[in-house]
Design a protein around this ligand. Structure first.
Ligand code: XUL
Ligand code: CO
Length: 435
C-alpha cells in the first residue's frame, strides 16, 4: 500500500555546505565531534508520528489535502501501512528517535479493550521494526484531546468517568513506552484548562490534575520505567486558558503537588511564542530549576498568533536555544523532537523529506554556532563582568545581613550606585558573528 510512497528517494547523507542536492545534509553530520560528543548525540533528533503520518492536511476551512495511501481507511491494515511509511521515512533520514500518541498509530476501537488490542498489535509491530534497525523511541504520549469524550479535559474533566478513562489510557501508553524502551513519557495537557469560569471549578480541577500526575509517577516506579516524565507547557489552544501555561507556571504546579524531583519539562518553541516568551526564555526558566528535560522544535508564525507548528528555519533563534541547552550540560534522556508539520499544499513525499532534512540542518548550524559561542566565552564573560560587584566580600555579606545593616551603610554615604551600560547592542552584534 505504501511501498512506493518514498520510492526513488535515497537515504539522506552529509554532503557538506557546498552541496546543491536538496535532499542532502549540508550541516548535519551525525559523526562529527562537537564539544567532545557526536553531533547526533547532542541533537538526538526525533520525528513526530502525528504531524508526518496522522495529520491529513485539513484546516478549519477545508478538509484533507494529503490523501496519503494509508489514510484511505482507519483499519489495522492501514495502521500497519502507516507504520511502514513512517519507518521508510526514518530509514531515509537516519534520525535516532521518533515519538507517537496512541491515537496516531492505531485505529480507535468500539470499546476501550478493542482500542487497546489495536494499540498493542501496532506496538508489537514497532518493536519488530525497531529491532530491525529502526530508530529508538524518544517518547510516547496519550492523545486525550481529540475524541469528544475529552472535550472538557482529561484528568480535569468534571466527569469522574473521563478521569478514569484517562488514567486507564495513560497506563496503557506508559506500558507501551516502557515496552519499547522509550527514553521519556510526555504529558501535554491538551484540554486541561477551561473555556469559562462560569462553569468551572478551577481549584478542584488543579487538584485532580495534581493527583493524576502523582499517579503517573507512582505507576512509573511500579513498573520500573527508568525514563523521564515530562510535562509540556502551552498557554492556550485548544482551550482558551490552559493550566500548564508556561515553564514558570508548570514549575509552580509541580512544586505544589510535590513533583519537583520527579517531573521535568518538554519545552516547545511555538508554545513559548504563544505564551509571549522566547524559546530561550522558557529553556532558561526550566534550566534554572533543573527541570529542562527535552524540546519540541518547530517555529510559529509571528503574525498569525496561531500554533502553526512549522519546521524551524531560523538559525539565530535555534542557536540561542541550543546555547541554553548546552549550558545545562546538554540532553540526558531528552532530545529534539520535530513537532512540526508541512503546509497543507506541500503534497509530495519529497516535501516531507526536505522539511526534515532542512530542519536538521538548521538545528546543526544552530548547535555549531552555540558551541563556538560557548567555547569563545564572550557572553559568559560579559555576564560575569556585569555581576562582578557581587563577588566582593561586602556584597556577599549583605545577603546574610538585614535591612537595618544595609540602611546604615547607604545612609552613611558608603554606597552610591553608578549606572553602567547593559551593552545589549554590542552583545547582539557579538552573537551575529557566530550565526
Ligand atoms: C500540541 C503539541 C503536542 C504535544 C504532544 O500543541 O505540542 O503535539 O507535543 O501531545
Ligand atoms: Co509539542
Amino acid at each position: 500500500m505504501t511501498d512506493s510512497f518514498f520510492a526513488g528517494i535515497k537515504p539522506a547523507t552529509f554532503e557538506g555546505p557546498n552541496s546543491d542536492n536538496p535532499l542532502a545534509f549540508r550541516h548535519y553530520n551525525p559523526d562529527e565531534i562537537v564539544m567532545g560528543k557526536r553531533m547526533e548525540d547532542h541533537l538526538r533528533f526525533a520525528v513526530a508520528y502525528w504531524h508526518s503520518f496522522a495529520w491529513e492536511g485539513g484546516d478549519p476551512f477545508g478538509a484533507a489535502t494529503f490523501l496519503r495511501p494509508w489514510q484511505a481507511d482507519m483499519d489495522m491494515a492501514h495502521a500497519r501501512a502507516k507504520a511502514d511509511a513512517a519507518f521508510a521515512l526514518f530509514a531515509i533520514l537516519g534520525q535516532p528517535f521518533y515519538c507517537w500518541h496512541d491515537l496516531d498509530v492505531r485505529p480507535e476501537g468500539a470499546t476501550f479493550a478493542e482500542s487497546l488490542r489495536n494499540f498493542e498489535e501496532i506496538i508489537e509491530y514497532f518493536g519488530e521494526k525497531m529491532a530491525a534497525g529502526g530508530p529508538r523511541l524518544l517518547w510516547g504520549t496519550a492523545n486525550m484531546f481529540s475524541h469528544r469524550r475529552f472535550m472538557a479535559g482529561a484528568s480535569t474533566n468534571p466527569d469522574p468517568d473521563v478521569f478514569a478513562w484517562s488514567a486507564a489510557t495513560v497506563k496503557t501508553c506508559m506500558d507501551a513506552t516502557h515496552k519499547l524502551g522509550g527514553q521519556n513519557y510526555v504529558l501535554w495537557g491538551g484540554r486541561e484548562g477551561y473555556e469559562t469560569l462560569l462553569n468551572t471549578d478551577l481549584t478542584r480541577e488543579l487538584d485532580h490534575m495534581g493527583r493524576f500526575l502523582n499517579m503517573v509517577v507512582e505507576y512509573k516506579h511500579k513498573i520500573g520505567f527508568k525514563g523521564t516524565i515530562l510535562v509540556e507547557p502551552k498557554p492556550q489552544e485548544p482551550s482558551k486558558h490552559q493550566y500548564d501555561f508556561d515553564a514558570a507556571t508548570c514549575i509552580g504546579f509541580l512544586r505544589k503537588y510535590g513533583l519537583e524531583d520527579e517531573v521535568k519539562l518538554n519545552i516547545e518553541q511555538g508554545h513559548a511564542i504563544l505564551a509571549g516568551h522566547s524559546f530561550e526564555h522558557e529553556l532558561a526558566v526550566a534550566a534554572a530549576d533543573g527541570m529542562l528535560g527535552s524540546i519540541d522544535m518547530n517555529r510559529n508564525d509571528y503574525q498569525s498568533g496561531w500554533d502553526t507548528d512549522q519546521f524551524p528555519n531560523n538559525v539565530s533563534e535555534v542557536a540561542l536555544a541550543y546555547y541554553q541547552i548546552l549550558k545545562t550540560g546538554g540532553f540526558t534522556t531528552g532530545g529534539t523532537n520535530f513537532d512540526a508539520k508541512l503546509r497543507r499544499q506541500s503534497l509530495d513525499a519529497e516535501d516531507l523529506v526536505a522539511a526534515h532534512v532542512g530542519a536538521m540542518d538548521v538545528c546543526a548550524r544552530g548547535l555549531k554556532a552555540a558551541v563556538v559561542m560557548l567555547e569563545d566565552g564572550g557572553l559568559e564573560s560579559a555576564v560575569a563582568d556585569r555581576y562582578a560587584g557581587w563577588d566582593t566580600p561586602e556584597a556577599k555579606a549583605m545577603l546574610d545581613s538585614d535591612f537595618d545593616a544595609i540602611f546604615d551603610r547607604v545612609h552613611a554615604g558608603e554606597i552610591d550606585p553608578a549606572p553602567r551600560s547593559g551593552q545589549q547592542e554590542r552583545l547582539e552584534n557579538y552573537v551575529n558573528r557566530f550565526v
